[in-house]
Design a protein around this ligand. Sequence first.
Ligand code: CA
Length: 235
Amino acid sequence: MDILLVEDEPEIAKLIQMTLEKEGFSCHLSRDGLRALQVFQEQQPDLIILDLMLPGLDGLEVCARIRQKPGAKDPYILMLTARGEEIDRVIGLSTGADDYLVKPFSPRELVARVRALLRRSLRQGGQHQVYRTQHFMVDVEQHSASRQLSPHPWEALDLTTLEFNLLSTFISHPSRVWNRTQLIEKLWGNDFFGDERVVDTHVARLRKKIEPDPANPTFIKTVVGVGYKFEDSPL
Ligand code: CA
């Protein structure tokens, strides 16, 4: 598992790097945002640990650019923020961070977060891309999706290709906040011309099929002013 660490403060960078290497991860260090984008293109890391405040290009901008051009692997991004208030900015701007950690944090906390993110990534690897959460199971190759709302047993979901791809996108990055542009790129690619609100239509249809109460969604949440995110407990 390759990790790219983008951090301009030498002591923190060194501590993180040592911690991760001790845990068996290979960890590249980049001290500024522009260089980080170059290294990202060259190395295609599985996970990027990205400091918010960086000289030149800040963490939000780096995150946004990577999400625009994810390359072969769409990496997981763990954002480091200095103060609690910045979290709202990170989430609010929806640049696509998967998780965030507020400084100061302990090495153990960092390793736990990294492992949690990479476990998701491991599940995508291999022959079968299967995603499981507490209530859903999606098998990408088999093109099958099912849900379990207790006390009912597992039931297969009858989804259109678009709905299936939308659910797969959501479930592969739980808690990531997606704006409409990002979802359109995932679902239609770069050659989409039309109204972004088409996303809302498909989200509404998917909600009807997976939510116990589509009017008050528990899984596909609306993030006001931004877009959507999928929430379900891990197994
Ligand atoms: Ca910094």
